[in-house]
Design a protein around this ligand. Structure first.
Ligand SMILES: NC(=O)c1ccc[n+]([C@@H]2O[C@H](COP(=O)([O-])OP(=O)(O)OC[C@H]3O[C@@H](n4cnc5c(N)ncnc54)[C@H](O)[C@@H]3O)[C@@H](O)[C@H]2O)c1
Ligand SMILES: [Zn+2]
Length: 361
């Protein structure tokens, strides 16, 4: 197994990454001494595929476990689900020494982490991310949240897990669209963090799409290292370092919201947002045309969308103006100077943004 450390002084933890490593989970958890009784928060889909392996591994290490399920889907990131889980945990928590296990994708990770953060003012939790997006992004960094009807992730906390356990083999039960969805975030890291990694992705497109274990484990480890490094230098998003993780997300979020989260997976919208950001970067003279072409080509080769459908330019622009990350009336864009180069620019001329969006619609 590979280990990536998230260095946050007293909140530090390890990300363990491997292929077919779930049998080693119990021993790794036990070594941390988090407690003796695991409350596994999951959904029926993930439980069906991977629940037994997790339970067996914990049992093997002498730990008890109980599984609490919420329905599949973003709607479970709600106060109602959180309350229901907390009531169940409280009823179960008699004579127990418990910790929480988030077993699932980003929805489960955000929800279970939120529950762990507020139950008894915080109990330990670990993340077992089972989507590519969760393994390379949402499970790392301690942002936990639920949604409100007026917007996503509006109630939450920074609450770090005690371990992230990424078994690449859990991804083999995901459908192809979910893999491609996660690959958008992988491309994001390559563009903002590392030219060599971008070249590695270009060379391994076929292996990525067929989930070749060696290449895929390498990709998860590399992205985990990037995220760990960024989080370690800006744990609570107060220093502006974490901002670069929003590459492609300003327009991506606007597309998702304008479309009422109907037709796009998050990664698909982010891929379109990255295309827009790259176009703006070119208009501002930050990136050379061959860089633009390579980023767009890689996104296409990975099966990510090339055109914005289902929403109009005007709708996207309206939602972008409402972005909560914009300070006052000033917009803020994460742009690229080429693979591995990133620049945060404030106050981009709206006509340049609109033209870049219009080019894809
Ligand atoms: N906390 C953060 O830093 C952060 C970062 C990015 C995204 N997020 C959040 O993550 C969420 C999206 O996460 P996601 O893309 O993983 O979606 P998700 O959790 O809804 O999972 C996608 C689908 O895959 C299924 N699934 C999960 N693992 C599976 C497996 N191994 N085999 C088969 N099916 C499986 C799920 O049941 C679901 O239907 C959003 O709520 C978003 O806000 C959080
Ligand atoms: Zn994202």
């Amino acid at each position: 197994m590979l280990t990536v450390k998230v260095d946050l002084s007293s909140n530090s933890y390890d990300i363990l990454i491997g292929n077919k490593v779930l049998p080693e989970l119990g021993a790794a958890v036990k070594a941390l001494g988090l407690g003796t009784d695991a409350v596994i928060i999951t959904n029926p889909v993930v439980k069906n595929h991977h629940g037994r392996a997790v339970t067996a591994s914990l049992k093997q290490a002498g730990l008890t476990s109980t599984a609490l399920e919420v329905p599949d889907g973003e709607a479970s990131k709600s106060f109602a689900s959180a309350c229901e889980l907390i009531e169940k945990i409280a009823a179960y928590d008699v004579g127990k020494d418990l910790f929480v296990v988030a077993l699932g994708g980003g929805v489960i990770g955000d929800l279970a982490g939120f529950v762990a953060a507020i139950y008894k003012r915080g109990v330990p939790y670990i993340q077992i991310p089972t989507t590519l997006l969760a393994q390379v992004d949402s499970s790392i960094g301690g942002k936990v949240a639920i949604d409100l009807p007026v917007g996503k992730n509006l109630v939450g906390a920074f609450y770090q897990p005690r371990m992230v356990f990424s078994d690449m083999a859990t991804l083999t039960t995901l459908d192809r669209r979910q893999i491609i969805n996660g690959l958008a975030e992988v491309v994001k890291y390559a563009v903002i963090c590392d030219k060599k990694f971008f070249e590695f992705l270009e060379k391994n497109v076929a292996k990525l799409l067929e989930l070749e274990p060696k290449v895929f484990t390498e990709v998860i480890a590399t992205c985990s290292r990037f995220k760990a490094r960024i989080v370690a230098s800006d744990e609570r998003e107060t220093k502006g370092v974490r901002t670069i993780l929003n590459f492609g997300h300003t327009t991506g979020h606007a597309i998702e919201a304008a479309n009422q989260f109907r037709d796009y997976q998050h990664g698909e919208a982010v891929a379109l947002g990255m295309r827009v950001a790259v176009e703006i970067s070119q208009q501002l003279g930050l990136i050379q045309p061959d860089g633009v072409e390579r980023i767009n080509r890689l996104l296409s080769q990975l099966g990510l969308p090339e055109r914005i459908e289902h929403v109009t330019v005007a709708e996207i622009m309206t939602h972008m103006r409402h972005d909560k990350k914009f300070k006052g009336k000033k917009n803020k864009f994460v742009l690229t100077t080429g693979m591995g180069g990133v620049k945060v620019v404030e106050g981009v001329d709206p006509t340049v943004i609109e033209a870049a969006v219009a080019k894809l619609v």
